[in-house]
Design a protein around this ligand. Structure first.
Ligand code: SAM
Length: 156
């Protein structure tokens, strides 16, 4: 199974790049984590936010291979514990499809992306900055992988 993180935002600060790559490089080949960055629309003074969101959503959905299982990162989502996340990841593996995880931009995910998702994951009751979310998702997925593979990274 492959996992794909489709995230709004390019040219992230060095600490985000470094943090994400640190966890990304730890995944084995048979469970790789790819990052697809979607350029954020320009948010000028009189920007049409609804139109920008729609465009970002179109680009995100276009980046997802047909048939992938889609998971949105969203505040109304499921607040899994780490062992629950590990179980969810085992279910993804049994299901056999590749997985796309979607992270929105400053105003969140486009309605079309929310609709396309068959699962929604909430990391915390706090609204987190989207650059930080990609690092947290990479670490959490790696921790889930480590539980499922009896790797000592996660300790009870
Ligand atoms: C700055 S937040 C967007 C906030 C926007 N007001 C909303 O309600 O979605 C950017 C993106 O980060 C992700 N995100 C932020 N906080 C999150 C959380 N606690 N759990 C899951 N995803 C989160 C979501 O994908 C969100 O679209």
């Amino acid at each position: 199974m492959k996992m794909q993180l489709v995230a709004v935002g390019t040219k992230m600060p060095a600490w985000v790049e470094t943090g994400f790559r640190e966890y990304q490089r730890r995944f084995p080949r048979d469970m790789s984590l790819e990052l697809i960055e979607i350029p954020a629309g320009k948010r000028g003074k009189n920007a049409d936010i609804a139109r920008i969101l729609q465009k970002e959503g179109e680009l995100m959905l276009a980046a997802i291979p047909k048939g992938n299982h889609i998971v949105s990162l969203d505040l109304p989502g499921k607040n899994w514990t780490t062992p629950e996340l590990a179980k969810v990841m085992s279910q993804w593996q049994l299901d056999g499809r590749d997985v796309s995880l979607l992270i929105g931009g400053p105003e969140g995910l486009a309605p079309a992306c929310k609709q396309a998702a068959s699962q929604s994951w909430c990391l915390s009751a706090l609204t987190l900055p989207h650059p930080l979310v990609r690092v947290l998702v990479a670490e959490s997925l790696y921790r889930g992988w480590s539980i499922n593979n009896n790797h000592p990274y996660h300790r009870e």
